[in-house]
Design a protein around this ligand. Structure first.
Ligand code: FES
Ligand code: FE
Length: 389
């Protein structure tokens, strides 16, 4: 018998306004999720991935990626343990030879029992797949549900024409929910005070902020996608803070001098089902997208994608060159890695369900709570152990 929930439900009365989010420890169902970069799966290749706890096998056939459940319907072996595709359109299980069609999952033959009545009747689960902006997406949903377009579940601007995207994928040792919360974590910029990105770009970054309530825009109308935008207010930044208010104290914290300081406009936002967007990062006109895809209770796959809209192939080539020479090193491998370190350290705390009750948030963590409420309001189901069993 499996458990009905991934969480200790005795804490639900403590999280009344965002109980679905609390329960979504392994993600929300009925959403599109990033599966891999397009470059990770060449034509004819296959790739096995665990997404929201579900083991899925992908294969690219004549340019198009297909996905099926990575478990044979006969006696449950993992098809990816030994992938055998004897034709372009099928995969044959390596144990008794059940053969499935990639497009619809139908059993087309059984090598060990070619006259079986199961042929043409039985099916393996197939997943809807879409591909855009150099990324492959998979829809993790309930049977029979109308699959919405991918554009509903990625941040606005992501699918813009001319957007050129470069990035890296990382498995992070923390629950996925710490990802989108990071984008709305108003006071975490203190963490980045030592980043070499600031020295490289000569950008300023405050130690902290005030005014989370007034700069929070909830995008929650009829239309999709839905999310929360943090419009930074420039008059509520702290660049210098005393750390001891005792009389006569001379201690203090001052933001590192980055030389010629340059103020830039940045707006962060988090979108369902768990994607961060940062406009103006890491360069003017650029846009950063980070997808946090649950793997299981304690890990998520993080797609760190830096982009720029380019009008010509020359602009695209220049952007790709800047990514290789600057942004990969200073943004992905330094600045953003600081956030990953924080998530992994906090991840050990948040793997206990009581952490969501024991955390002590400040007034400036207002947007994090709004994000939890928004996610709960629009929940179309959470992943449970039964979905994975
Ligand atoms: Fe796959 Fe028997 S377990 S064919
Ligand atoms: Fe950060």
């Amino acid at each position: 018998m499996t458990k009905a929930s991934f969480v200790d439900e005795s804490y639900l009365p403590n999280v009344k306004t965002w109980s679905e989010y609390y329960r979504a420890k392994v993600g929300f169902r009925n959403y599109w999720y990033a599966a891999c970069l397009s470059t990770e799966i060449a034509d004819g290749d296959w790739l096995a991935r665990t997404i929201l706890g579900e083991e899925i096998l992908f294969r690219r056939i004549n340019g198009k990626v297909h996905a099926i459940k990575d478990r044979c319907i006969h006696r449950g072996v993992k098809l990816s343990n030994r992938v055998e595709c004897h034709t372009d359109s099928t995969i044959t299980c390596w144990w008794h030879g059940f053969t499935f069609r990639w497009t619809d999952g139908a059993v087309t033959n059984i090598v060990g029992a070619p006259e079986s009545k199961l042929i043409g009747r039985a099916k393996i689960k197939v997943y809807p797949v879409d591909e855009a902006q150099g990324m492959v997406f998979v829809f993790i949903g309930d049977p029979g549900i109308d699959v919405p377009p991918l554009s509903n579940h990625v941040p606005p601007m992501f699918l813009d024409e001319g957007r050129v995207i470069e990035g890296e994928v990382l498995v992070v040792e923390s629950n996925w929910r710490l990802g989108p919360e990071g984008g709305l974590d108003e006071i975490h910029r203190y963490l980045h005070r030592t980043s070499t990105l600031l020295l490289e770009t000569k950008a300023t970054m405050p130690l902290g902020y005030r005014g989370a309530k007034t700069q929070c825009e909830i995008v929650d109308g009829e239309a999709w996608p839905k999310g929360i935008i943090d419009r930074f207010a420039s008059d509520t930044m702290y660049f210098e803070v005393d750390i001891d208010t005792a009389p006569g104290a001379v201690t203090g914290v001052r933001f590192a001098d980055t030389g010629t300081k340059k103020k830039r406009t940045v707006a962060t936002s988090s979108w369902l089902p768990g994607v961060l967007r940062v406009e103006g990062f890491p360069e003017d006109g650029g846009c950063f997208f980070e997808f946090y895809v649950p793997i299981n209770e304690t890990q998520h796959r993080c797609f760190m994608m830096i982009s720029q809209t380019c009008r010509t192939p020359q602009e695209a080539a220049q952007f790709r060159s800047r990514y290789k020479t600057r942004w990969r090193r200073y943004a992905v491998q330094n600045f953003l890695r600081q956030d990953v370190d924080a998530r992994e350290s906090a991840g050990r705390f948040y793997q206990h369900d009581r952490a969501w009750i024991e955390e002590i948030l400040t007034e400036e963590d207002y947007m994090i709570i709004e994000w939890r409420k928004l996610s709960s309001r629009h929940s179309k189901g959470v992943q449970t152990p039964d979905h994975i069993a």
